[in-house]
Design a protein around this ligand. Sequence first.
Ligand code: MEV
Length: 416
Amino acid sequence: MNQQWDHFYKKTYQERLQLIVANAKLDAAQFQKLQAGASGVSTNLIENYLTDYALPEGIVTNLVVNDQPYLVPMVTEEPSVIAAASNGSKLLADGKGVSAAVLDRLVTGQVVIKTSQFEKVNRFIQQHQAEAIEVANKSHQRILQYSRGARELAVRQLDSSFVSVDLTVDTGEAMGANLINTMLEAVANWLREQLHVEITMAILSNFADGSLVRVSGCVNSDKLATQTMTGRQVAQRIVDASRVAQIDIHRAATHNKGIMNGIDAAVIALGNDSRAVESAVHSFAARDGSYRGVSQWRIDHDQLVGEMTVPMPIGFLGGATKVLPLVSVNQAIMGVKNVHEEMMVIAAVGLAQNLAALKALVTDGIQRGHMNLQLKSLAMANGTTEAELPKILPQLRQLKQPDSLAVKRLLNQLRK
Ligand code: MEV
């Protein structure tokens, strides 16, 4: 192993930068890009920090949730996501907008014990609930200042060798990962002392079925009509697409990916952990043993109605939300005041995103709507400047095969 990387994290920022530049033989312009992107805030957020990696942020318009209009900041690299979310939001706003409710906002974690004595652990926890809750709540001085604390402990037998003691915590406005992990480690130590058992691990669970949001919305079929299909036909085809996501894992994964296009982009803009939300939604989608689409669409009279229940394990305060400079700005743009509201608005974006994707898929196909934005990113990826775009794009649109070579050829002609 090359020793220059030993204790890399102990080096100063400039030393790290120089090492990377020398190792990768970066030129002056590349060095400048890295250095210009660096920020003091981020240096303290992660280890071995190099630079801030910028992603585009845009705004979803037209979203109405519980009768209130919202603008939603979204961070994404995928060209069509924001346009599609705004489109889906508009269709839903033409109905009554999205209705949303937080079913619960609890975080769970587990202390996994290696034991065949499920009954013994179960009895102990039933008899010592209050004490266990006190152990959890006293594990950190300020737990009850930031959260409403531990709620309950339950015991599950995983198999003949493992038992899980599940702790449920009301983490208040915080996502609460650090909080619950501190509590779980304290409970684990206490159980080890009390029961003389082997603790395998103590960690929160990303199966966040204690943090569910339900959203629903409808569109009058008339609004779905295209030049070649009646609104009713389009609505029926969306219902068919929704059904396929219930019976085929191949389609369910893509259906849910479309929903996560919207959810993740908003979760990132609001400084939350998108991997936690991804993991929660996908595991929830497979909770009965078969992986399914998390939203479903049906026809009710002349309305297309969509419903979706998803876990949304996010926080409004704490963690990266208070460190990343744009998060408070994005919260202000969105106008959300607490974690419940944020959970509902983000889930609503997911439903809108899903509607737009399904509508495109069952009518023109996804490529047509995407083409314009994709051509733009193709042109830019191949060196087209912003000033050149208005000349290059119409020419690219005329081509049967608009690819990198074509962009380069058109640029050569233009620059002659
Ligand atoms: C693309 O990022 C997302 C879609 O594939 C979602 C879907 O198929 O439902 C369009």
